[in-house]
Ligand binder design. Structure first.
Ligand code: KIV
Ligand code: NA
Length: 265
């Protein structure tokens, strides 16, 4: 199997082929995601919500991200594995950012890191890139700074914030980021960024005029269903598939219908 590289993602943008990206946090699911042909697997800090049940992405630690990422890397044969650097392990300190990135690369075997922010983290990005670690940017709705914004509503609807986002995207490109995630911004703004910036732009809630799409795996599969923003499409409703299967198992145990003759020694 031919492994996906950052260079291939750039070639995909150049020839107009859309990039598919999805999160994964564990070995078994990552194996299925990879086998399904997804180009980029993100070990997102959304693991904080989806895996650990926290309300925000802030509590997850670097050690926990490395645990998730190492499990994913062991399962993946084709996709590029990108790992989120968690809150508190890069902001405001470029040597810490480098140290965190090196730990992720060494201890998990991931192929790249992702971090939230623009101009304010450019020193960190340059330092990480100088160590040979590919960096993916993340602009628009940046969940690690949720307490600064106060809400999860659409970002950059106003002119000033939109111009700042475009400037940040250009800074990330100049720094050498191989790609940028744009989260929850107007489709027309995302379109402008994808046009004015040469590196692949991956959207989540950013419309169709970008170079690829990313969603959270458990949302796509309908395992988590309380969270249903407009940009999310449920490609399955595994919540009912799972509860019906488990309900049947419980029933069979109660009725002594499991195990049967063939299922014992
Ligand atoms: O953590 C995450 O899942 C993400 C994606 C939503 C882009 O950052
Ligand atoms: Na994230």
């Amino acid at each position: 199997i031919k492994k996906i590289t950052t260079h291939q993602l750039q070639e995909m943008k150049n020839r107009g082929e859309k990039i598919s990206m999805l999160t994964a946090y564990d070995f078994s699911m990552a194996k299925l995601v990879d086998a399904s042909g997804v180009d980029v697997i993100l070990v997102g800090d959304s693991a904080s919500n989806v895996m650990a049940g926290h309300e925000t992405t802030l509590p997850i630690t670097l050690d926990q991200m490395i645990y998730h990422a190492s499990a994913v890397v062991r399962a993946v044969e084709r996709a590029l594995v990108v790992v989120d650097i968690p809150f508190g392990s890069y902001q405001g300190n470029s040597s810490e950012a480098l140290r965190s990135s090196i730990r992720i690369m060494k201890e998990s075997g991931g192929h790249a890191v992702k971090m939230e922010g623009g101009a304010e983290i450019q020193e960190s990005i340059k330092r990480i890139l100088s160590a040979g670690i590919p960096v993916m940017g993340h602009l628009g709705l940046t969940p690690q700074s949720i307490y600064k914004f106060g809400t999860y509503t659409v970002r950059a609807k106003e002119e000033e914030e939109a111009e700042k986002l475009i400037a940040d995207a250009k800074i990330l490109e100049e720094c050498g980021c191989f790609s940028i995630v744009l989260e929850k911004i107007p489709a027309e703004l995302a379109k402008r960024v994808a046009k004015e910036v040469n590196i692949p732009i991956i959207g989540i809630g950013a419309g169709p005029y970008v170079d690829g799409q990313v969603l959270v795996l458990h949302d796509v599969l309908g395992i988590t269903t309380e969270f249903k923003p407009r940009f999310l499409r449920h490609y399955a409703r595994l919540d009912t598939v799972i509860t019906e299967a488990i309900g049947k198992y419980v029933e069979d145990v109660k009725n002594i219908e499991f195990p049967n003759e063939d299922e014992m020694y």
